[in-house]
Design a protein around this ligand. Structure first.
Ligand code: SAH
Length: 365
């Protein structure tokens, strides 16, 4: 048995379930029955999987529960965004969001509870790291939201690892979840419909370059030089921009795929024409696509750039031959937008700190 799979921790982890079925001498067709039930039928418990013999259902329920996360709340925004809050068995908060964009339904999932990287504009960053999520806890977020979307006659078309956490600090679990989501006998989503977003954890970019799985890579850059970037993203001190760009260029050389650069526009901080030109120069030579992102208020001192600034910034990039698009935000009215997932948790934490109480478990480092 693969030792990386903890006995009580992973969940709808296809690789582990298949290992168990083999160990128990089950016929080969069980694999298909199990994956169909879990990923097409979106079954919530083994007991619902009535095509399996009762004894096998019980055995699977003991060894590998089909559902590990407990849903704590579901919110629906005016624009169709659905946000789901969960708790892990050991009490860590996890959040996932389903967004509607034209005919796409994108599910944004968390790879960690909290985050260690402490980006100054991000609500999750203020929580600190709770813990890494297991592969099953990551894919299960997609399954639960797929079940909710099914009730509305809709399907998940894209998955992005852009919820809480830094996916590359939990590389193995994130990739295992991606493989399960991509597996034609699993959830069956095209690899190119899956994107991993990183704050710039260079070893993860290097490893992804060598993966056979063709998932998309997004890099949260947010500033074109180390001085400004380290103020926004302390991880810059560990992995400065030249190393980041070198890793992106090797990734591109190895995969022939472009890198999506995310750039959050903060009023008066990183949105000047001069910085746009610097970004244009940094990304010159092709292979990048810039997504300009509107800042969502999270109780910090930052403000979103004005629409005029956004257009001017995009125009400078264009003059440098860098393709850019503007990503409008979803689900703001329910704190489901980027960086807002943890907003309420953080407000609660600040309140407790002010009151001198012990921080919540998820806030400790
Ligand atoms: N750690 C990974 C993935 C999670 S964050 C990463 O950094 O890419 C997903 C995206 O949301 C990142 O681009 C992040 O910078 C952005 N983000 C964080 N807080 C935000 C906010 N308040 N408004 C808009 N985007 C935010």
């Amino acid at each position: 048995m693969a030792s990386s799979f903890g006995h009580t921790t992973t969940t709808v982890d296809l690789e582990r379930v298949n290992t168990l079925l083999e160990e128990w001498g089950e016929p080969a067709y069980r694999r298909r029955q199990v994956s169909d039930a879990a990923f097409r039928g979106l079954a919530a418990t083994w007991d619902d999987v009535t095509v399996l013999p009762r004894a096998l259902r019980a055995r699977l329920a003991d060894a590998e529960p089909l559902a590990e996360l407990t849903a704590t709340e579901v919110q629906h925004a005016r624009d169709g965004t659905i946000k789901a809050g969960f708790r892990t068995r050991d009490g860590f908060p996890v959040e996932a969001v389903a967004m509607r964009h034209r005919n796409r339904r994108t599910v944004c999932v968390s790879s960690q509870s909290g985050c260690a990287l402490a980006c100054t504009f991000c609500a999750t960053g203020a929580m600190g790291l709770g813990r890494n999520l297991h592969a099953g806890e990551i894919s299960e977020q997609v399954i639960v939201l797929a079940r909710m979307l099914r009730e509305q006659g809709e399907r998940v078309s894209n998955v992005v690892m852009m919820g809480m956490g830094e996916p590359f600090m939990n590389y193995d679990a994130v990739l295992a979840a991606c493989r399960t989501l991509n597996d034609p006998n699993g959830f069956g989503l095209g690899a190119r419909q899956i994107a991993i977003s990183t704050a710039g954890w260079v070893p993860g970019i290097e490893r992804l370059a060598a993966e056979p799985l063709q998932v998309k890579l997004a890099l949260s850059l947010h500033a074109p030089n180390d001085e400004l970037r380290s103020q926004l993203m302390p991880v810059t001190r560990r992995f400065p921009i030249d190393r980041l760009m070198a890793a992106c260029r090797s990734y591109r050389a190895a995969t022939r795929r472009r890198v999506f650069v995310e750039y959050l526009l903060l009023d008066g901080v990183n949105d000047s024409d001069r910085l746009a030109a610097e970004l244009g120069e940094l990304l010159a030579g092709g292979g990048f696509h810039v997504n300009l992102i509107a800042y969502n208020p999270t109780g910090s001192d930052y403000r979103a750039s004005t629409p005029e600034r956004v257009s001017a910034f995009a125009a400078v990039l264009q003059r440098h031959g860098v393709a850019a698009s503007y990503r409008r935000s979803h689900g703001q009215d329910i704190d489901a937008a980027c960086g807002q997932l943890a907003v309420r948790g953080v407000r609660e934490l600040r309140r407790r700190r002010r009151a001198g109480a012990a921080p919540a478990q998820t806030a400790s480092r």
